[in-house]
Design a protein around this ligand. Structure first.
Ligand code: SF4
Length: 240
């Protein structure tokens, strides 16, 4: 079994607790308008590495002393497009006592995808929107329930951080934020919410790939709006 890996980062500090070895998997079924990694979309697209789980683990373990108090994170793209690979990599890491975190959109709800959770200590679940009408326009995919994955996390009692990107004019509607915040308050597994402000740093990648940038002209989120969205979430769950 080989995984198609877009890239990895040896000293990640923003994708889970502590210092982490972060792997970015190739491939994603969504096309979020604000995506800053469009170069990960095509699972068969250009990637930096094709490796077995054992080879990725061998690379990871070189950094063991640095990540001892952090761990490993697998993100993307959508890592569960290569669920068998991630499951085996996490199994190897867990055997060595490394903390395993999965950053996912939760869009793939198959038994195989869920089986990755057997070896996952933390899930960072990127909920795009609670607004069912907006979801297809925002992500390019129809007819999915982004909250089914959260139900599975609750059933298995997997510690979960919710991630929510706030885009001006799309996901900054206070009623939508309130509905999402109120909904996730029901889940014991949700430890906190990370509110991520929309930024334009990925725009150049669209140019490089020769595809139009969907949010051309949309300004980065301002501090006041960010503060307001955080306030709403903080009524129900810790925000950090
Ligand atoms: S799920 Fe993530 S990688 Fe996939 S399109 Fe959305 S933002 Fe991009």
């Amino acid at each position: 079994m080989t995984g198609r890996i877009h890239s990895f980062e040896s000293f990640g500090t923003v994708d889970g607790p502590g210092i982490r070895f972060v792997t970015f998997m190739q491939g994603c079924p969504l096309r979020c308008q604000y995506c800053h990694n469009p170069d990960t979309w095509d699972v068969n697209g250009k990637c930096q590495y094709e490796m077995t789980p054992e080879e990725l683990f061998a690379e990871t373990i070189r950094y063991r002393s640095f990540i001892a108090n952090g761990g490993v994170t697998v993100t993307g793209g959508e890592p569960l497009m290569q669920a068998s690979f991630v499951r085996e990599y996490f199994r190897l890491c867990a055997e060595e006592g490394l903390h395993t975190a999965l950053d996912t959109s939760g869009i793939i709800c198959t038994p195989l995808a869920f089986s990755v959770l057997d070896y996952t200590k933390l899930v960072m679940l990127d909920i795009k929107t609670f607004n069912a009408e907006l979801h297809p326009r925002l992500t390019g995919v129809e007819g999915v329930n982004p909250l089914r994955f959260l139900d599975e996390l609750e059933r298995r009692n997997v510690p979960t951080w919710i991630r929510h990107v706030v885009v001006p004019g799309l996901t900054d509607n206070e009623d939508d934020v309130e509905s999402l915040a109120r909904h996730i308050a029901n889940y014991q597994s949700v430890e906190k919410v990370e509110v991520l402000p929309y930024h334009t740093m990925g725009a150049y990648k669209y140019q490089q790939l020769g595809i139009p940038y969907p949010l051309e002209g949309v300004e980065p989120l301002n501090k006041e709006k960010l503060h307001r969205v955080k306030e709403i979430f903080a009524t129900y769950k810790p925000v950090g």
